[in-house]
Design a protein around this ligand. Structure first.
Ligand code: IPM
Ligand code: MG
Length: 354
């Protein structure tokens, strides 16, 4: 099969880990007889440097025409003083909104060789396997007015949701639970927020359509605690934008390193795939970044957007085998293992694909 993939390396360690993902995808293409056409564009600070804005309309248009999109990471201290609308994060928010990528899927599943790498007790995290379904195009990130400072000391950010935005993500949550262990936790703050009360009502309405799924409501503060005290309690979590952002970073602690976690951001037409970690400017250019979150994001792309399940599994298996062989990057540790850099780690994964 021939597929067109837009590549947005971004900033910091983004270009390094993207190189790894592309190399892995080229290996898979060779093995299975596919052709992947990679089309590079800038996003974030890199786009600001080149075009004076964090994401051009031309890049958005290229994305619309593609089969899938890969994104590295955005942001860095060089851009901290820019006015809000030029900051790298605006590029990410713009692409999410422009492509209607409303469903952000963040699987949180640790690999056995990394169990001990988490600061949490092995007995607590062993067996945890969580699938976070985060709403991505609404809530505090997109309400208006937003990011407003009126007289210097009065600020406004608006948490806005329309019924249809909640309905479609709640449906994704139920559908995901049906494909897994049929347990859905809907996370909200219904004791305080009206948006959460509507969210709860909609979950209650929708549950009639999914009688095989057990549903529970959980307040976000309580969910934050339970996520690290009893993570095996969870199967699928569905939640709004900001809660999902926070809980998925917290959940990454279960896996030993945030550098391990991939994500998919899906509309009904297209998907964008990126690791959940940031651009790590402190280690950028040193060749030590963990490429596995990016590589696993490429695997998710094969599965969700390109319908290449076997190919996705081969990559995931290769990552697992590389860790089992004792290889790890600087953000991790494996007892009696070997620490390697980004390129070496990538080649080790590739050696398990061939
Ligand atoms: C994420 C990031 C982004 C978010 C930032 C960089 C805007 O933290 O993808 O989780 O908050 O959504
Ligand atoms: Mg985040």
């Amino acid at each position: 099969m021939s597929k067109k993939i837009i590549v947005l390396p971004g900033d910091g360690i983004g270009p390094e880990i993207m190189k790894s993902a592309v190399k892995v995808l080229e290996t898979v293409a060779d093995k299975y007889g596919h052709t992947f056409e990679f089309d590079n564009h800038e996003i974030g600070g890199a786009a600001y440097d080149k075009h004076g804005e964090p994401l051009t309309d031309e890049t958005v248009n290229a994305c619309v025409q593609a089969d899938a999109i890969l994104l590295g990471a955005i942001g860095g201290p060089a851009y901290d003083e820019l006015p809000t609308h030029l900051r790298p994060e605006q590029g990410l928010l713009k692409i999410r909104k422009a492509l209607n990528l409303y469903a952000n899927i963040r699987p949180i599943k640790g690999f056995a060789p990394l169990l001990h790498a988490s600061p949490l007790k092995e007995s607590v995290i062993d067996g945890s396997d969580i699938y976070v379904v985060r709403e991505l195009t609404g809530g505090l990130y997109f309400g208006t007015p937003r990011e407003r400072r009126d007289d210097g000391n009065t600020v406004v950010d608006t948490l806005l949701y329309h019924r249809h935005e909640i309905e479609r993500i709640v449906e994704k949550g139920f559908e995901s639970a049906q494909l897994r262990n049929k347990h859905l936790t809907s996370v909200d703050k219904a004791n305080v927020l009206e948006s959460s009360r509507l969210w709860r009502e909609i979950v209650e309405e929708k549950k009639r359509d999914y009688p095989d799924v057990t549903i529970e409501h959980m307040l976000v503060d309580s969910a934050a605690m339970k996520l690290i005290t009893n993570p095996t309690h969870f199967d699928v979590i569905v939640t709004e934008n900001l809660f999902g952002d926070i809980l998925s970073d917290e959940g990454s602690v279960l896996t030993g390193s945030i550098g391990m976690l991939p994500s998919a951001s899906l509309s009904d037409e297209i998907g964008l795939y990126e690791p959940i970690h940031g651009s790590a400017p402190d280690i950028a250019g040193k060749g030590i970044a963990n490429p596995l979150g990016m590589i696993l994001s490429a695997a998710m792309m094969l599965r969700y957007s390109l319908n290449m399940n076997d190919e996705a599994e081969v990559i995931e298996k290769a990552v697992e085998q590389s860790l089992e062989a004792g290889y790890y990057t600087a953000d991790l540790s494996i007892e009696n293992g070997t620490q390697v850099g980004t390129e070496e780690m990538t080649d080790i994964v590739i050696s398990h694909i061939n």
